[in-house]
Unconditional design. Structure first.
Ligand code: ATP
Length: 248
C-alpha cells in the first residue's frame, strides 16, 4: 500500500435484496490527486461500486456483505453518507438530479449545507465554481429545470464542489450529452484536478473519453475487475481496443 492512496476498496461483495450478488470481490485504490476511471458496460457494477463507497446502498436494499472500504486509512462502512461528505467524499449521482424548481445558484448553495465556515467562505467557493463554469454564472438566476442537459451536469458537479470535497465520485458524467459537451465536461474535470487538486473516481461507459482524461483505469465485467492499469497502457491494449474502444 502506498502513502498516496486516499481511498481503498478491498475485495467487496455487494448483495441486493438479500439474494442478488452484484459485486463479486472488487478491489481498487484511488490515489490522492488523481483521476481514476471505473469502466465497463451496462450493468457491470460501476454505480454499485460508487454507492458502496459513499454508503448509498441502503435505500436500494443493497448491502456490502464482505470486504471493506476505507478512506484515509479509516474504515467507512458504518458512517452516514453525510459523515462521509464531512470527511471530504461526495458523490455526483448519475442522471444529474437537480432541484428543478430552484435556480441554478440556489442549487449550488444547497451543496454547502453541511458547512459551518461562514457565508464569506461559501461565497468565495461560489465564485470558484463560476470561474470553472462561466456558463453557470450566466444562468445563475434561471430555474434549473429549464437548463440544458449539459448545464444540469455542470450544476451537479458545481453543487458537489460547494461541499468543499477532497474526493469526488462522478457517476457517468457523459450520459445523454452530445460529444462536444462531453469533451467540455471532461476538460473541466481535468482543470479542477490540476488546478484545485481534487481527486476523482469516475464511472464511465464511454471508455474512449474516460481513458483520454483519466490517469488510471479499472475495467469491470459482471461485478469483477477484469483489468486495470495506467490509462495510457489500457488505451494501447489490444483487448481494450477490440472490446471497449470499438477498433481492432
Ligand atoms: P449502468 O451504467 O447501467 O448504471 P453499472 O455498471 O453502473 O451500469 P450497476 O448499476 O451497478 O451497473 O448494476 C449492476 C447490476 O446490479 C445490474 O445487473 C443491475 O441490474 C443490478 N442492480 C442495480 N441496482 C439494483 C437494485 N436496487 N436491486 C437489484 N439489482 C440491482
Amino acid at each position: 500500500e502506498t502513502n498516496d492512496t486516499v481511498l481503498e476498496v478491498n475485495n467487496i461483495e455487494v448483495i441486493y435484496n438479500h439474494v442478488i450478488l452484484v459485486l463479486k470481490g472488487v478491489s481498487l485504490k484511488v490515489p490522492k490527486g488523481g483521476i481514476t476511471a471505473l469502466l465497463g458496460g451496462n450493468g457491470a457494477g460501476k454505480t454499485t461500486t460508487l454507492k458502496a463507497i459513499s454508503n448509498l446502498l441502503h435505500s436500494e436494499r443493497g448491502e456490502v456483505t464482505k470486504g471493506s472500504v476505507s478512506y484515509r486509512g479509516e474504515i467507512t462502512q458504518h458512517l452516514d453518507p453525510a459523515d462521509l461528505v464531512k470527511r471530504g467524499v461526495i458523490q455526483v449521482m448519475e442522471g444529474r438530479h437537480c432541484f428543478e424548481h430552484l435556480t441554478v445558484e440556489e442549487n449550488l448553495l444547497t451543496g454547502a449545507y453541511t458547512r459551518t465556515d461562514g457565508k464569506g467562505a461559501v461565497d468565495a467557493d461560489l465564485e470558484m465554481v463560476y470561474n470553472y463554469f462561466p456558463r453557470l454564472k450566466e444562468r445563475r438566476r434561471s430555474q434549473a429545470g429549464y437548463t440544458s442537459g449539459g448545464e444540469q451536469q455542470m450544476v451537479a458537479i458545481g453543487r458537489a464542489l460547494m461541499s468543499r470535497p477532497e474526493t469526488i465520485l462522478l457517476d457517468e458524467p457523459s450520459m445523454g450529452l452530445a460529444p462536444q459537451l462531453v469533451e467540455q465536461i471532461f476538460g473541466i474535470v481535468k482543470q479542477l484536478n490540476e488546478g484545485e487538486g481534487y481527486t476523482f473516481l469516475l464511472a464511465e461507459q464511454n471508455t474512449n473519453v474516460a481513458l483520454r482524461f483519466a490517469h488510471y483505469g479499472y475495467i469491470l465485467e459482471s461485478g469483477r475487475v477484469v483489468m486495470d492499469g495506467p490509462a495510457k497502457e489500457l488505451r494501447e491494449n489490444p483487448d481494450v481496443k477490440e472490446f471497449y474502444l470499438g477498433m481492432s
